[in-house]
Design a protein around this ligand. Structure first.
Ligand code: PMP
Length: 290
């Protein structure tokens, strides 16, 4: 991923893609305290950019540091990266981290770094697989309890279990994994939130120990615009037996259908298809923002 043309915004200026490097003694690499975002531009406009920039700042604060750029500056930098790379449809990845000015399990008193990259990233999942619905494994590791980690920070450290869970799922022949939380309730997939459909209503876990995704909130809004009931609540795995449809939501994943989770199978129904279309219409400006 590092050997390509283009520009990356790095601590306030655009640098050539291949030169956007950090030292091996970077604090964030050793102690996993980087925080990041992921958002998409559609037709040159980054969807819900302000929400992402605000979450980035908040993620850092939850780990005890302040990103020394304002939300407005981060917004502007994201837009600058998209246009500097000649992109209109793109995935944008801001990341902030403690640098190599310090070492050890101590925060030090140095300003963190911020970089923003953007590239053309088609669909997050293989399109043929997504069209039929993903097959999800059940992850061996669980989302940690809120008293064990700052679970509402989009922190790189929390992605160690996600990456490894997806790796195990793929080795077992699945597309991705569904993760339970520390209580054993359904939480989310390794990089997206999860929804279920039953009797014309949506059911989705309460985000009390994982990200309350920006796409999740958008899809809830779209469902409510259609007059659908949305139940945010605790969901135990056994309930999946009775759910008819299932899909994932995320800035990268958008709305992706799921055909099975472990032993539980789902159909790709009209309601899921409608919400996927609504999301596509909204991000592409064919539906008004709320
Ligand atoms: N959960 C996890 C673990 C994620 O990585 C993501 C993607 N950021 C989400 C949920 C969905 O968040 P959003 O809709 O804000 O992209």
């Amino acid at each position: 991923f590092d050997d390509r043309d283009g520009f990356i915004w790095f601590d306030g200026k655009l640098v050539p893609w291949r030169e956007a490097n950090v030292h091996v003694l970077t604090h964030g690499l050793h102690y996993a305290g980087a925080v990041f975002e992921g958002q998409r531009a559609y037709g040159g406009t980054i969807f819900r950019l302000r929400d992402h920039s605000e979450r980035l700042k908040r993620s850092a604060e939850l780990l005890g540091y302040q990103i020394p750029w304002s939300v407005e500056e981060i917004d502007a930098a994201c837009n600058e990266v998209v246009s500097a790379n000649g992109l209109t449809d793109a995935y944008v990845r801001p990341i902030a981290w403690r640098g190599s000015e310090q070492m050890g399990v101590t925060a030090g008193n140095f300003p963190p770094h911020l970089a923003i990259a953007a590239w053309n990233w088609g669909k997050y999942f293989d399109e043929d697989k997504a069209a039929k619905g993903l097959r999800l494994d059940i992850a061996p590791y669980r989302r940690p309890a809120p008293y064990t980690a700052p679970v509402h920070s989009k922190a790189s450290g929390l992605y160690m279990i996600c990456t490894y869970s997806r790796q195990i799922a793929e080795q077992r022949g699945y597309d991705d994994a569904l993760m339970f939380d520390w209580r054993g309730q359904v939480a989310e997939s390794t990089g997206a939130n999860v929804f279920f459909v039953k009797d014309g209503a949506l059911h989705t876990p309460t985000p009390d120990c994982f990200l309350d995704g920006i796409t999740r909130r958008t899809v809830i809004d779209l469902a409510q615009r259609r007059g659908l009931a949305v139940n945010e609540r605790a969901i135990w795995p056994e309930e999946m037996e009775s759910f008819e449809q299932c899909f994932l939501t995320g800035s990268a994943a958008e709305v992706t259908f799921v055909q099975s989770v472990g032993p539980y199978s789902f159909e790709i129904g009209d309601l899921s298809r409608q919400l996927a279309r609504d999301y596509d219409d909204l991000v592409n400006g064919r539906l008004p923002n709320a």
